[in-house]
Design a protein. Structure first.
Length: 287
């Protein structure tokens, strides 16, 4: 029985209203999420007087672009070197974690051996151990190896991620076996199958896990603070903490530095956001 014209018009009107409400809600939420970024830019380009003024303005009358130059010219905070350190540490941590976690996940998902599930449950069990419990033993080990204020001390202890191994294992459980069987027919072993077949066809999950690891490594503060004791080993997060001391608070440089420090994260996220969604959807975590 065909729908009466009036009922169809009412239904179309309700659908249009629903779409408009969703659009308004999404715009409102987007504005809320953009407020911190606005505050970073606004305060970073303001003078100390404008930041602490009781009268609020959307933007100060004069934008102090010289704050950016002042940040990188500050002799007390090697911001450029800290950015380089953070970039190097984040990239090395991401690459190392992806390699180790993907190998562990592939082994747990595809290589048959008697205690595969036991090993997997032990890996999951490590997620229940608070980081505070392992922090001091990790520092003692790194210190005994002479890795304090070195790149090895900042990177190596962070390469082993149970979460990343779990995600890769779940993804590889759903990986098409036909591709691996074809590789076996061609005489490839587990390693060559992983490297030449599995990795090229698993880019979404690698991008998703890599983005998460990169952001975590970039934002890490406590471990670089303890291990990177020399100025030459400071990361961005440690450099940011130096703008706030018990005696002074350098607000405008702090906001500029915070704004500069999130640029690499925004670039990485914007470039890989499509792969992040695809990778998370294909991990099979709900199975």
């Amino acid at each position: 029985m065909p729908t009466p014209p009036k009922s169809r018009d009412v239904r179309d009107a309700l659908v249009g209203v629903g779409r408009a409400v969703r659009l308004v809600l999404l715009l409102a939420l987007a504005l809320v999420f953009l407020i911190p970024f606005y505050l970073l830019v606004r305060n970073g380009l303001s003078s100390e007087a404008d930041i602490t003024s009781p009268g609020w303005t959307f933007f100060p009358g004069e934008l102090h672009w010289s704050n950016v130059r002042e940040l990188f010219d500050d002799p007390n905070v090697p911001m450029a070197h800290a950015l380089l350190n953070s970039s190097l540490i984040a990239v090395l941590t991401t690459v190392g974690t992806l390699l180790l976690a993907s190998l562990a996940g592939y082994g747990l998902a595809r290589i048959p051996y008697a205690y595969a599930n036991v090993v997997f449950y032990w890996i999951l069990g490590t997620l229940m151990v608070p980081a505070a419990v392992t922090f001091v033993p990790s520092f003692v080990l790194v210190s005994s190896l002479g890795w304090v204020s070195t790149l090895r001390g900042l990177v190596v202890p962070t390469l082993f991620s149970a979460v990343a191994a779990f995600i890769f294992r779940q993804y590889f459980l759903g990986f098409p076996r036909e591709l691996e069987d074809a590789a076996r027919v061609d005489g490839l072993g587990y390693w060559r199958t992983y490297w030449r077949v599995v990795v090229p066809n698993s880019r979404p999950v690698f991008a998703a896990v890599g983005t998460i690891v990169f952001i975590g490594a970039w934002n890490s503060f406590l471990w670089p603070l303890v291990i990177g004791q020399d100025r030459d080993a400071w990361t961005v997060q440690v450099a940011l903490s130096t703008f706030t001391t018990a005696q002074t608070v350098n607000l405008h440089e702090l906001f500029v530095a915070a704004a500069v420090s999130i640029v690499p994260l925004l670039v990485v996220f914007l470039v890989l956001q499509r792969h992040i969604v695809a990778g998370v959807e294909r991990t099979g975590i709900d199975d």
